[in-house]
Design a protein around this ligand. Structure first.
Ligand code: SF4
Ligand code: SF4
Ligand code: SF4
Length: 252
């Protein structure tokens, strides 16, 4: 059964317990940061920060309103990080829908970094490796839920079967769920009633074409004819389907 997160940013209080739980479970050190005039900390994802809460401040009639967004890998159903990775099994998808990067196999080529529509994978120049959220796939495989959703005190991070989560959100009045259809479906979705860009989410996430074709130009000489043709076909198919879905959205 495909698993997913459905995050309700309106229920998030910005406590960052999810950030801490992720660090603890993954034994990641804290970041050294400087105060830059906001409670948001750290300022961005990094090799040692797989998830963080983005704070957006908005002025309204009663003063300042904070919008909180949990940032992390969105575990795309059609993950371009997987598509462009030249190393077999360096990035895999589990049967539950987690997109998992194996740091031992990563060669630090950064193609996944450049191809991700959400700018998630993080390169570490010291180790020459890339890292990102792995959806706590080892916990899921043991019947547990991810560390971040388990700790959340407000229930802002719902974890469970993707279809059931979508049904619950729609029954609760969220007709448009970010991630239900974006990039042909994400396994981390957001139930929001305002425009996604108000939370800093891209309205039309897409893969930079230059990233895909740059990768192809570099790797083509290394590929056998058969695998080369298969990869070119996969890339063309990817863009065809993306264009088709755009046309469909336009005509809907
Ligand atoms: S959000 Fe980026 S890193 Fe995560 S699965 Fe999608 S393409 Fe890969
Ligand atoms: S799913 Fe696991 S690795 Fe990903 S953000 Fe949550 S705690 Fe961190
Ligand atoms: S633990 Fe829950 S309420 Fe706290 S910051 Fe994370 S998502 Fe928001």
């Amino acid at each position: 059964m495909e698993k997913a997160f459905l995050i309700y940013p309106e229920n998030c209080i910005g406590c960052r317990a999810c950030q801490v739980a992720c660090k603890q479970w993954n034994q990641l050190p804290a970041e050294v940061t400087a105060n830059y005039g906001t409670y948001e900390n750290p300022p961005k994802l990094s090799f040692i920060t797989y998830t963080k809460i983005k704070y957006t401040e908005k002025k309204n009639s009663s003063g300042i309103q904070w919008l909180f967004l949990k940032e992390q890998c969105l575990h795309c159903r059609e993950a371009t990080c997987m598509l462009v990775c030249p190393v077999p099994e360096a990035i895999i998808r589990t049967k539950e829908g987690a997109v998992v990067l194996n740091r031992d196999k990563c060669i630090g080529c950064k193609h996944c970094v450049n191809a991700c529509p959400f700018h998630i994978p993080q390169f570490d120049p010291v180790t020459g490796k890339v890292s990102k959220c792995h959806f706590c796939h080892t916990r899921i495989a043991e019947g547990m839920e991810p560390a971040c959703s388990q700790i959340c005190p407000t229930g802002a991070i719902k974890f469970g079967d993707r279809d059931a989560l979508l049904r619950q959100a729609k029954n609760a009045g969220y007709q448009s769920i970010y991630g239900e259809k974006e990039c042909r479906g994400l396994n981390v979705m957001y139930a929001i009633k305002v425009a996604p860009k108000q939370y800093g989410l891209p309205e039309d996430p897409h893969v930079p074409k230059a990233a895909l074709f740059g990768w192809l130009r570099i790797c083509k000489p290394l590929l056998g004819l058969g695998s080369g043709i298969a990869i070119i076909a996969a890339i063309l198919d990817f863009f065809n389907r993306k264009n088709n879905s755009k046309e469909k959205t336009t005509t809907d």
